[in-house]
Design a protein around this ligand. Sequence first.
Ligand code: DGL
Length: 272
Amino acid sequence: MNEAPIGMFDSGVGGLTVMRAVMRRLPAESIVYFGDNARGPYGPREIPEIRRFALEIATFLESLGVKIIVVACNSATSAGLLDIQKQCSIPVLGVVEPGARGAVQATRNRQIGVIGTMATVRSRAYQKAIHALDAGARVHSRACPTLVDFVERGEVSGPRVEAEVRRYLTPLIRRGVDTLVLGCTHYPLLRPVISEVMGRNVRLISSDEEVAREVEENLARRGYLRESSSPPVYRFMCSGDVEQAVSLGRIFLGPEVERVERVELPLGREGK
Ligand code: DGL
């Protein structure tokens, strides 16, 4: 048993979709969440820069004494998961491989659509992860750069976002994909709109549940699951606008987001 929290991060609120899945699956676990909202969105940035931010945040989380890190951001996973794993002395899980696995298992016609940020699509991380599991699957990727901004503004329904989603997804519908990977942790918040546009026959895959299962397996195998009867502690941190982080956090995660601490960049070590 290990009382230490799980560390998670994203460029903003998107990773809360993964946090929610982890909270549901592992209700006893404490979690520290970091949203890099001063530098997000990451999607339009260059891959080496995203990698640098991700390494900085992972080092910071490790200095807080977390027992495992979940990179709850596809852009950061695509840009730097391997480097973070090499740098950290604790296990680090990403969100791309679990999503790829879910898609390969779900597709019937092996035509898989992937939507994500510019950085994720440019990195070809999903193609590689999907082809590592099924070299014959066809992967149709599409960057949807404006969708993260809609979510970060709290606009997850209505005609404007629906028109934008339709514009991005129509070419994938024409390609005949039967499975669509929501390759950005912000997109599950748009699931109703995406599902409406894609239609009932297309399966939507997001990595949150898969990642939660992996976290559980990882902690259980090492005997690190928390078994305490005292309630878990949720700690939220961000690098930018605290009020925006609190209000969006409450909408997207719930009342657990009572307070968000602002941490100055560049991130230093905090000590345990
Ligand atoms: N939610 C993140 C992802 O999964 C980042 C989106 C962004 O910052 O552009 O890719």
